[in-house]
Design a protein around this ligand. Structure first.
Ligand code: HEC
Ligand code: HEC
Length: 235
């Protein structure tokens, strides 16, 4: 009589797979977010409405995470977080005068909390359900293509590099590095944010450059090209 054993084995397999599916469920992710993340990240909108509120922000807002991040990136980053904002959330709290220009005071920057694989999966599932500003991303569609003067626009015409690094250690420090932006962010989010940063975050210091739609497409295609370069040995 081999069958009863097989049935028991199959039942056991079923139970094991059910429970592991449950551990990575969005509901568990939501619990983790509430308990371990909400002290630094806003899980509900609206975004800061005053500068005082903005400067108190301890981590990026996550209440529109589902319209912002690439899920595979979030899941991987939470298990192995690498710094994205060279001078932290609010650069003025983390820079000090150096011999030639201001430098980052790394002693004031704390490493990010690390999640296990199972936790990261559950949290990524939960984050993708957090949607706000969908009307903004719905309007955007990337037309993939070459970006002949994307870099020139980024560095010179619009002066984006004053705040963003295009290579580790090269560029401004008051915004997130952009050489990983396209790995991290959905194309529609990048298009929409560059078009009007204040539509997402009313008090953020990134200027609205009123760039024509075609130029914004080129800027995002440039960021996509940039993210294909591998700087992992430099960082
Ligand atoms: C002590 C404050 C703090 C806690 C607690 C915290 N974070 Fe963060 N988080 C930050 C900061 C600061 C950054 C920006 C890091 C950077 O730019 O390098 C960040 C960045 C992130 C990012 C990348 C977002 C982006 O746009 O750059 C994600 C995703 C994230 N955190 C998720 C989480 C999750 C999930 C938890 C809970 C398990 C959590 N964080 C707990 C402070 C915190
Ligand atoms: C005065 C500084 C400043 C300038 C100039 C600037 N940015 Fe930003 N940028 C920021 C800040 C600050 C943020 C959001 C910070 C955050 O999420 O913590 C941001 C966010 C972004 C993001 C989303 C990045 C992310 O990781 O969430 C992109 C993409 C971006 N900027 C592109 C541009 C482009 C393209 C230009 C030029 C047209 C530009 N920026 C000019 C400061 C600047």
């Amino acid at each position: 009589m081999r069958y009863p054993h097989m049935i028991i084995a199959l039942c056991a397999l079923f139970i094991v797979s059910m429970s592991s599916a449950k551990i990575a469920s969005a509901a568990d992710g939501t619990e983790i977010l509430k308990q371990r993340c909400a002290s630094c990240h806003a899980l509900k909108g609206p975004a800061a409405k005053t500068l005082a509120q903005l400067w108190q922000r301890k981590g990026p807002d996550l209440f529109y995470a589902g319209n912002k991040y690439n899920k595979t990136w979030v899941e991987a980053w939470l298990q192995n977080p690498k710094r994205i904002r060279p001078a932290g959330m609010f650069y003025r709290q983390h820079i000090k005068p150096g011999p030639k220009h201001d430098i980052v005071d790394k002693s004031t920057l704390k490493p990010h909390i690390i999640l296990t694989k199972t936790e990261a999966k559950a949290v990524a599932n939960a984050l993708m359900k957090l949607k706000a500003n969908s009307e903004l991303t719905a309007k955007e569609k990337l037309v993939p293509g070459p970006s002949p003067i994307g870099e020139m626009m980024f560095d010179k015409i619009y002066g984006c590099m004053a705040c963003h690094q295009i290579e580790p250690g090269y560029g401004g420090m008051s915004g997130p590095e952009v050489f990983t932006a396209a790995k991290r962010l959905q194309p529609a989010f990048m298009l929409s944010y560059i078009k009007n940063p204040q539509a997402w975050d009313p008090k953020i210091w990134m200027p609205n450059k009123h760039a024509p739609v075609d130029n914004i497409q080129q800027l995002v295609n440039y960021l996509i090209e940039l993210s294909k370069e591998d700087f992992s040995d430099v960082k």
